[in-house]
Design a protein around this ligand. Sequence first.
Ligand SMILES: C[S@@+](CC[C@H](N)C(=O)[O-])C[C@H]1O[C@@H](n2cnc3c(N)ncnc32)[C@H](O)[C@@H]1O
Length: 250
Amino acid sequence: MDELTLLSKLHGSNHRQGPGSDAATRLALTLSGIDKSRRLKVADIGCGTGAQTLTLAQELTGEIVAVDLLPAFLDRLQETVSHRHLSADITPLCASMDNLPFAAEEFDLLWSEGAIYHIGFRRGIALWKPFLKPGGILAVSEISWTTLQRPRPIQDFWTQAYPEIDTASGKIKALEEAGYRVLAHFMLPQDCWMENYYTPLQASLPHFLHTYGDDPTAQAIAESTQQEITCYTENKDYYSYGFYIAQKQG
Ligand SMILES: C[S@@+](CC[C@H](N)C(=O)[O-])C[C@H]1O[C@@H](n2cnc3c(N)ncnc32)[C@H](O)[C@@H]1O
């Protein structure tokens, strides 16, 4: 089985595929200042199984295009949607976030939690900007340092894993340079990582290994997942996801 399929098996039955919370999604929405009484056109890019898509669909009216590369995640989202009463419509779209079939100035709001790193922050915010209406809002969460200095091993680990990791001030500068006005930012608290993401993910590992453990790729995924959790537990004072809420200029 290929790595992507195995990853979707490991993560697909959990509520979230990355750190976050309903409260953080709602806070970002409030800080965006978006007029919730209007019908809005929204894209949730890298939506996974749609934890934050569902929160947005409870809070907003209009249409939310839920984009992900993995059909299995979108299928799960569609199944959940069929059991919920939501005020916005959700349209699943299987597409890559660096090749989105959107029109210029189509969206009031672009949302992306824990996903833009797949194509890089600077590249993502530049590629997506044309899809926003003038004055449209981008709300994006991205791995960020929470201190200016940190121990060498964690510095080296993240710099190798994701060279674009930076402090909030670095991320804000990148947004400003790309032509956005930053309205607000905040760091995800630790419960977004442990209770909402790593604890259920860790609990999924025994079943995952029981089912796919003969596959060396599955073993490597389980090992790197456990390492990632340990890394966070030991270094949680130095990094988190920053949530950045910005407005398209011009
Ligand atoms: C860390 S998960 C976050 C999912 C969800 N936003 C959440 O917070 O629970 C990143 C998501 O991005 C998706 N993804 C990865 N590469 C992608 C790409 N090139 N285009 C669209 N989605 C992608 C993955 O399938 C996954 O669902």
